[in-house]
Design a protein around this ligand. Structure first.
Ligand code: SF4
Ligand code: SF4
Length: 367
């Protein structure tokens, strides 16, 4: 397993996390074994929204026994009323009761990541800021009961509003190539491709990490519903998400040990199996060719890390001061480019990389 650090305090988070919302039809024994297997394989980051209260209880039993080995992402607004099926609410008293009950089940007195649950509308954001929920959560943060504040959303504009509070450390956002490029064709794909790529960079600039939901597009990218000329693999989708700025972990939903093992294959997969440049076959293309940092254009005869320099440049453009430092530390910079054209011929996305290298060199020279 590999780990990435949360910028705020260096918390080490496994790049593969686990979503639990797909644990339908899984009995308590299998839930326990699946989570134990995840922990044994180095997964330490878990989203805790499940589809039924029964599953939450089964899951909580395992986390309670392994509290020091896991980071939990808990949602304020997810609830399990009456029949115990998942629902969501903005009712503060219900949210408070649900959270306290979940802490009891988890045998703990704190959560690692407390997220405002699923806000996609401006009115909903404003409501949460005024109705006491955000104040309640800030109070828990001040009291050490929430270690890190965050939110879950599918909308870049809502994520920006949370960034503007200056109080979040982490957010859960839906990321996959189809959402980034084929916006409007899929449920939950909000914002155009530019605003989506920009918000990833803004999160990185703000030192806010992203955990990724819908990394497989709800399975659509793996089968005939794929918007590409052909299907993608799990490894390609995971790599795509992990290559976006600010992303610390992906949270594919698993249903059992079997599906968990399929996800874990990513860790030992060859680079060629993770290569997602097939997305060039997407029927709907972004407005202009844009570097996705895949480094499919290597080798550069001058040894330039083309993908990395492009990422630092994009980050610097949205004000990430750290990106300047990272760029300056690169041994081989954009001004080493001799315009040989190799990368442009190789790039499946048709990025005008020679021109881009001149642009990058000029930008960092002047700044
Ligand atoms: S120029 Fe093309 S191939 Fe090279 S890193 Fe960017 S997108 Fe990938
Ligand atoms: S054009 Fe520049 S960046 Fe691209 S391969 Fe040639 S030297 Fe490297």
């Amino acid at each position: 397993m590999q780990y990435r650090r949360l910028p705020q305090d260096g918390t080490e988070i496994s790049i593969i996390g686990m979503g639990t919302s797909c644990l339908h039809h899984t009995d308590a024994d299998e839930i326990e074994k699946t989570i134990c297997l995840a922990i044994e394989n180095g997964i330490n980051y878990f989203d805790t929204v499940v589809t039924k209260a029964r599953e939450f209880e089964a899951m909580a039993n395992v986390f309670a026994k392994n509290r020091d080995k896991v980071y939990l992402q808990q949602h304020f607004g997810a609830m399990y009323p009456g029949d115990g099926k998942y629902g969501w609410t903005r009712d503060l008293s219900v949210i408070k009761d649900t959270f306290q009950r979940q802490l009891r089940l988890l045998g703990t007195d704190y959560t690692d990541f407390g997220f405002v649950h699923c806000i996609d509308e401006k009115e909903d954001f404003e409501n949460v800021m005024k109705n006491g929920l955000w104040d309640y959560m800030k109070g828990l943060k001040n009291g050490g009961i929430i270690r890190h504040l965050g939110c879950s959303t599918h909308n870049p504009e809502i994520l920006r509003r949370f960034l503007d509070t200056g109080l979040i450390d982490m957010a859960m956002f839906s990321i996959n190539p189809a959402y980034d490029y084929a916006v409007g064709k899929f449920e939950h794909a909000l914002g155009d491709s530019q605003s989506r790529s920009r918000i990833y960079a803004e999160c990185e600039a703000a030192g806010v990490g992203l955990s990724v939901m819908k990394v497989l597009g709800g399975g659509q990218l793996l089968d005939a519903r794929s918007p590409f000329g052909q299907t993608l693999t799990k490894n390609q989708c995971i790599q795509y998400a992990l290559d976006r700025p600010a992303v610390l972990t992906v949270l594919p939903g698993v249903t059992s040990r079997k599906t968990l093992k399929e996800i874990l294959e990513y860790i030992s997969a060859e680079e060629s199996e993770k290569d997602y440049t097939i997305i060039e076959n997407l029927h709907i293309k972004p407005e202009e060719a844009r570097c996705v940092y895949c480094n499919h254009c290597q080798p550069c005869p001058k040894g330039i890390d083309i993908g990395m320099l492009n990422k630092y440049y994009d980050l610097a453009l949205v004000g990430d001061r750290l990106a300047f430092g990272h760029y300056k530390k690169q041994e081989i910079k954009a001004d080493a480019c001799i315009s040989c054209g190799h990368c442009e011929k190789q790039c499946p996305f048709h990025v005008k990389q020679m021109q881009r290298m001149h642009e990058i060199a000029a930008y960092f020279k002047e700044s």
